[in-house]
Design a protein around this ligand. Structure first.
Ligand SMILES: [Ca+2]
Ligand SMILES: [Ca+2]
Ligand SMILES: [Ca+2]
Ligand SMILES: [Ca+2]
Length: 872
């Protein structure tokens, strides 16, 4: 009998291998890598996408509640399988899922659950809420059967929060102050070896050095803290340890091997040593090979790996791009082969949401595609929304969102669409299924929604002749001053597409766009918004045309011999203004030789304030340019002559204006200590970081032409949380009531109405992380109307305790005058980067206002008297 056991074991072992092979032959787990540049990725949160199996929802760890945003909502892998048609019909070809691995379910220390998947307790097991290994393989199979690809989100920097340093930290004795997070569910420490060795008080575990035995990061600028301390309490893995590196390669190679994952999105990479990534991808270890080798063994020769950083570049600078690209390694020593394109993300926000110069986009696109910073720009992951940031639509009009989507689908790189963008979700982590948190009580798998259909059609255009996925990129035109024309060309083989945007909320003249195409060629409109007709390339490859607000078009260049307008513009500018700087009013003059036609002066392409020329009988014309029509500060401008009847424009000349802050001043004071609400019974939040930041002391307005500067002096200005706009614990609303323009009386989201006789036309919502300007069109009792650009400029000065807000004439719709305009200012506080007003309760709290239990209390803690603009 003794001999039988081993034989049986061998037999069972063989059977096991055999059945696995059968299994893998039936299941379509392993497919060759695609050309990633041709793909479109749909990103979903497993817990918040679709619930295909309600029996796995509640695992009794105190972690499940569909009404609580902190807890599991019940979404799972079966739900994804059930909704593959929905995803595929949108034109997505790859699916990025949040980490499916076994997580810490409930962290009692911070009262939050690991529904999102980024708090692993075992990197090699499927979380019970999401399904099991067999179901995950089934998902892989179903995805591959459709010719689609599976991308798994992975974490290597940390596990969940199973230990903390409480009350202090002693670097020389890391057992001191160590505290286990004992009531964590479903386990109090990771179940996977060696991550289970997490007790620094035990010498064996301590010496295994699996963790860094560190407290939370306090100073993100300290490189040691950033790399080796705990990010938001999450136990920092010692990623320098060779044993750890082996286990992590083994753990994640497992999902490639066993499930057939085609790519990884990699979380929190900036908290791990840079050299880790080349090793993770390309280690020559025979036992635990690098991910690229594991992938190769399954037939994948280009396993996609895109890392996450939040790094930004300033406008017209590439510092952030260089840092982001560093995680991709070099040609000699490659690391990841893609990254989430955060520098592009910030640029899209600046150009499409805030109405900043389209030149910023020209610079970013050239840095991204045509520079050598990124090893392979064509497989970078480009996105507008994700689960970490306030959604794009919260700071942009729907038209701006659509434009940004046109951009994503017409530039190199892989478009990534996050669940909910297609239904204009405003919450970052709302559920798509009706039972889940934030769904509003309905399913969101409607394929008829406007944005869903737009994405579907953009995906189709993107595939056509591979021009948009693989073509070269050549930026043809941008605006240096502000919003307006952005045009670029994509060329693949002999096919050429030209993409044209007007990012402004007003009509612009696209004057003499150099298409680099041939006279007589036709631009065929493939897909557009606000544009309906084809265009003909004129003399010297130029096109002049008017573009409606927020128009965009994708055109294909068709060789042709269309007849071209051979007329010439019979007007010119004789003043020598080119490259001059003006600090005072100035005169422009010129001559018209065909007095039968109308000619206009167009500044910065803006048609709204075009100037009609009135020549004398000899054709001489002269226009006085008031400096007050330009914004405060130093700006470059261009000017051109335009003949609408001929569709002709002159060559543009550029000049500069320097406008000192000057004009009519009005100043009012406001009492100190009256930050107690309209009924004088409110109290400010009690956290010690609140020191009167919402208390207005003084307001000064300066108007110059239709430029407006508002300077608010506060009792205190702070930047405790490093807000990009330089102030926090303060949310300002500046309401503007323009004369002779019907306005809105409700102060919408503030649950009250405007002072007597005040009807607002514009409101600026100004906070440390977020500035938005709304006009009152479409404003309701609970919404501020339509977001418009350009967003006002905000400059905070901590020392002077001032916040300076500049509204350009464009922002306020180019009113004739500001005389008689009224201004009303209120203050409150909002929730940092996610936005939203802070709440008020009877008792108040460290970060809540207090003093009332009314149902819809007014959200004003201090306000000003109404200021009326008068002229001297
Ligand atoms: Ca479920
Ligand atoms: Ca911890
Ligand atoms: Ca780390
Ligand atoms: Ca005050």
């Amino acid at each position: 009998m003794k001999k039988v056991i081993p034989i049986l074991l061998i037999w069972f072992g063989l059977l096991n291998v055999y059945s696995q092979e059968i299994d893998n032959r039936i299941l379509n787990l392993h497919v060759p890598s695609p050309n990633w540049e041709d793909q479109v990725i749909y990103f979903l949160m497993l817990d918040r996408f679709a619930d295909g199996d309600t029996t796995n929802n509640n695992q009794n760890g105190g972690e499940f509640d569909q009404k609580d945003f902190r807890k599991f909502s019940g979404g799972d892998i079966q739900g994804v399988i059930d909704q593959l048609d929905y995803i595929q019909n949108m034109g997505a070809t790859a699916i990025w899922i949040t980490p499916p691995v076994a997580n810490q379910w409930w962290d009692p220390a911070i009262q939050f659950s690991g529904y999102h998947g980024y708090w692993a307790e075992n990197f090699k097991e499927v979380d019970k809420h999401f399904g099991d290994l067999a179901l995950y393989k089934q998902l892989s199979h179903e995805i591959h059967e459709r010719g689609m690809y599976l991308i798994q989100d992975i974490v290597l920097n940390h596990t969940g929060n199973f230990f903390q340093y409480d009350g202090g930290y002693n670097k020389d004795d890391v057992s001191q102050f160590y505290k286990l997070n004992e009531n964590s569910t479903p386990v109090s420490k990771p179940t996977q070896y060696p991550f289970s060795l997490n007790d620094s008080r035990d010498s064996v575990q301590h010496n295994a050095n699996i963790y860094n035995w560190t407290p939370d990061i306090i100073n993100y600028k300290d490189p040691e803290q950033k790399l080796t301390y705990q990010m938001a309490g999450l136990d920092d893995i010692n990623t320098k340890n060779i044993v750890v590196r082996d286990v992590l390669r083994d753990s994640y190679g497992y999902w490639v091997n066993v499930v057939g994952v085609d790519g990884f999105r990699i979380d929190t990479i900036i908290y791990v040593e840079l050299d880790f990534w080349a090793d993770f991808m390309n280690s020559l270890s025979t036992e635990f090979s690098g991910i690229n080798q594991v992938a190769k063994n399954t037939g994948r020769d280009n396993f996609l790996t895109f890392g996450e950083t939040f790094i930004s570049s300033e406008p017209l600078q590439n510092n952030g791009d260089i840092e982001v690209a560093s995680y991709m390694g070099t040609k000699e020593k490659p690391a990841l082969n893609s990254m989430l394109n955060y520098p592009l993300y910030y640029s899209i926000n600046r150009v499409f949401s805030q109405g900043l110069p389209t030149k910023f986009m020209e610079y970013r696109l050239n840095t991204f595609v045509n520079d050598t910073i990124y090893r392979d720009p064509y497989q970078m992951a480009n996105f507008l929304d994700n689960h970490d940031w306030s959604r794009f639509i919260n700071s942009s009009s729907p038209a701006a969102l659509k434009q940004a989507l046109f951009l994503l689908y017409t530039i190199p790189g892989i478009p990534v669409i996050y669940q909910g963008t297609e239904h204009l979700f405003t919450e970052s982590r709302a559920s798509m299924f009706k039972e889940g948190w934030g769904s509003g009580g309905e399913d969101h798998f409607n394929q008829e929604s406007e944005i869903y259909q737009l994405l579907k059609s953009l995906a189709e255009v993107r595939q056509k002749d591979k021009v948009l996925t693989r073509g070269d990129l050549d930026v043809l035109h941008s605006s240096e001053v502000g919003s307006g024309v952005l045009a670029y060309k994509r060329t693949n083989n002999n096919k050429q597409y030209i993409i044209v945007f007007n990012t402004a909320d007003q009509s612009v003249l696209m004057s003499n766009l150099q298409t680099k195409a041939t006279q007589g060629d036709e631009l065929i409109l493939l897909k557009g918004m606000g544009l309906t007709k084809n265009l003909t390339v004129g003399k010297d490859g130029l096109i002049t045309d008017e573009l409606p607000p927020r128009a965009v078009g994708i055109f294909e260049v068709q060789k042709g011999t269309k007849n071209v307008n051979e007329q010439e513009l019979k007007a010119n500018i004789t003043s020598d203004i080119a490259n001059k700087t003006f600090k005072n009013d100035f005169i422009i003059e010129g001559k018209i030789t065909d007095l039968d036609k109308s000619y206009y002066l167009i500044i910065d392409d803006k048609l709204a304030n075009k100037i009609k020329l009135t020549p004398d009988k000899n054709g001489n014309w002269q226009e006085k340019m008031s400096l007050s029509r330009f914004s405060f500060g130093t700006e470059n401008h261009k000017i051109a002559l335009y003949s609408p009847s001929q569709n002709l424009a002159s060559t543009s000349q550029t000049f500069q204006t320097v406008v000192a802050v000057q004009g009519d001043k009005i100043s009012i004071t406001d009492p100190v200590g009256d930050d107690v609400g309209l009924n004088r019974n409110y109290i400010t939040p009690t956290d010690k970081s609140y020191i009167g930041q919402q208390d207005i002391k003084k307001v000064e307005t300066i108007t110059y032409g239709s430029n407006l500067q508002v300077t608010i002096t506060m009792n205190h200005v702070s930047e405790v949380w490093l807000p990009p706009n330089g102030f926090d614990h303060l949310l300002i609303h500046v309401f503007i009531d323009l004369p002779n323009k019907e306005g809105h009386k409700d102060l919408s989201l503030l649950n009250t109405t405007a002072p007597e006789g005040f009807k607002w036309n514009y409101v600026a919502y100004l906070a440390g992380w977020h500035n938005v300007l709304y006009n009152s069109e479409n404003a309701t009792e609970d919404g501020f109307g339509t977001i418009v650009t350009p967003t006002p400029t905000v400059i905070a000065n901590k020392e002077n305790k001032t916040i300076i807000i500049q509204f350009s004439s464009d922002a306020l719709g180019n009113p004739e005058t500001l005389e008689g305009a009224k201004i009303y200012i209120t203050t409150w506080d909002n929730n940092g980067s996610e936005g939203g007003h802070r709440v008020i309760t009877k008792e108040g709290g460290p970060f809540d206002f207090g003093g009332t239990d009314e149902e819809n209390p007014s959200l004003i803690i201090d306000d000003t008297n109404v200021i009326t603009i008068t002229k001297k």
